[in-house]
Write a protein that binds this ligand. Structure first.
Ligand code: BG6
Length: 479
């Protein structure tokens, strides 16, 4: 058989968005308050804040976002015009169970997402649905202590059962969690990520901070494998994955100790994938926790849940690579540059290293480890766009995507990695998760909204819109 020359015929071409970054309408359709509704805007170098109460005069970007809630039909029509064959959306838990612990779900929320999904299907766009993308009813944090409490697993499973049963036959591809890997006692997961993922700040974590982080990571992983089993019980045709945000870590140099340390830094992002692919929570992790004096609450039945809940595919969000923080013989560089930058790579305006080869490396590394199909569930360039003669000529974005896609093509064609989809992050401009800005734009479609909340929300295709349309039409042969 001749070697494939390009992407497979049934490859998913599309994009990824998340409810709290695009929907807005935070008090409509019976939605309850979500954690992200209490998150202020920030900017590069100015962290977003979570406030206990809403502050007068402060901007909370999720409240209006880009108003996808009212404009999804128009937005999906634009995605269809580009030729999308898949769109990854997330469901906001607080639209389905406004406070998280109700007996009955909110039918208006279920109807809203049903219409979004049906609209996608009408355009032959495969809906890929993430069940948790940092969207969490506030009450689950304030009343129950979020994922530190094992009851959260049951609330989550109830929500999953409601949603998956409701869309049976309409949605086949499910994602249990987005990027839970950022929660780990050994990483410097910022307060912000812990808040987004688990709804708690370090300050609010009761007891030992590292033990709390380990517990949150364990409980979410357990919830993830239990959800896999449940989703397949509802419909055996369902295909279930989990999404991880991984930036490969390169060593400072070939000094073996630096190589070892870089490996360890990168390896920390994989224990949950191990747990979800190998049928058991890794013993090495439990032992490592014991070494740190961390005690996990593990029930007897948990082992069965891990054995029964293996995922079908791995979703990878890739934006950048990093350089190991520890580097013997490099103490001075660190002082000099105030951080570890890779001298071979350029950076985006937000300091993210642009490394197309990194995506091929990540695909190879992960595929060789597990042999499971992989979907690139996020990738893209956050940049400032400016109008020239009424148009946005975003050649920089085209270059970025072109280079990354051509490395993915090499991974598929030359390295035989089973990669079955590319979902560009933020195909329409939306709120940045880490900074809350609109100015950090990823889209093929410009949204006329500014950081101060002004703008008429008009949608305007950029040059990259037509570029991606052509790539999809020609199945990436020219990449
Ligand atoms: C990923 C998240 O980590 O990065 C997205 O899953 C996020 O929600 C994306 O938007 C890009 O980050 P940012 O901060 O540029 O929006």
């Amino acid at each position: 058989m001749a070697r494939a020359q390009t992407f497979p015929k049934d490859f998913f071409w599309g994009g990824s968005i998340a409810a709290h970054q695009c929907e807005g309408a935070w008090q409509e359709g019976g939605k309850g308050p979500g954690m992200m509704d209490y998150c202020t805007a920030g900017s590069y170098g100015v962290p977003r804040r979570f406030t206990k109460e809403l502050e007068k005069g402060t901007i909370y970007p999720s409240h209006e976002a880009i108003d996808f809630y009212h404009r999804y039909k128009q937005d999906i029509a634009l995605f269809a015009q580009m030729g999308f064959t898949a769109l990854r959306i997330s469901i906001d838990w607080s639209r389905i169970y406004p406070h998280g612990d109700e007996e009955q779900p909110n039918q208006e929320g279920l109807d809203y997402y049903k219409d979004v999904i049906q609209t996608l299907i009408e355009y032959n766009i495969e809906p890929i649905v993430t069940l948790f993308h940092f969207e969490m009813p506030v009450q689950l944090v304030r009343k129950y202590n979020s994922w530190l409490n094992r009851n959260l697993i049951d609330f989550y499973l109830k929500y999953v059962k409601t949603v998956v049963s409701e869309y049976k036959g309409l949605v086949k591809y499910w994602v249990t969690f987005n990027e839970m890997n950022h929660i780990d006692p050994q990483t410097e997961a910022s307060d912000f990520f812990v808040y987004m993922l688990a709804g708690l700040t370090y300050g609010e974590l009761p007891g030992d901070k590292r033990e709390s982080l380990a517990t949150i990571g364990y409980n979410m992983t357990l919830a993830g494998v239990k959800a896999v089993k449940l989703i397949k019980e509802i419909d055996e045709n369902n295909i279930v994955g989990c999404v991880f945000g991984i930036h490969p870590i390169y060593p400072r140099d070939c000094n073996p100790i630096n190589v070892m340390n870089a490996f360890k830094e990168m390896d920390r992002d994989y224990y949950q994938i191990d747990a979800m692919c190998n049928g058991k929570f890794p013993t090495y992790k439990i032992k490592e926790y014991e070494d740190f004096g961390i005690h996990l609450e593990i029930n007897k039945e948990d082992a069965k849940a891990f054995a029964e809940g293996q995922i079908d595919f791995i979703g990878l969000n890739y934006y950048q690579t990093g350089v190991s923080k520890t580097g013997e013989g490099h103490e001075d560089d660190e002082k000099l540059f105030g951080g570890v930058q890779n001298p071979y790579l350029k950076q985006s305006k937000w300091g993210w290293a642009i490394d197309p080869i990194g995506i091929r490396y990540l695909l190879n590394y992960t595929y060789r480890k597990y042999g499971l199909p992989i979907m690139i569930t996020e990738n893209g360039l956050g940049a400032v766009d400016e109008f020239i003669d009424g148009k946005i000529h975003d050649g920089y974005r085209i270059d970025y995507l072109q280079q990354h896609l051509s490395e993915i093509k090499k991974a598929i064609v030359e390295d035989h990695v089973e990669c079955f989809g590319y979902l560009m992050w933020g195909p329409i401009d939306l709120v940045s998760a880490t900074t809350g800005e609109m100015k950090k734009r990823y889209g093929f479609i410009y949204v006329n909204k500014n950081d101060d909340g002004t703008g008429d929300l008009a949608r305007i295709p950029k040059d990259s819109f037509y570029w991606y349309q052509h790539i999809i039409q020609t199945q990436g042969v020219e990449l």
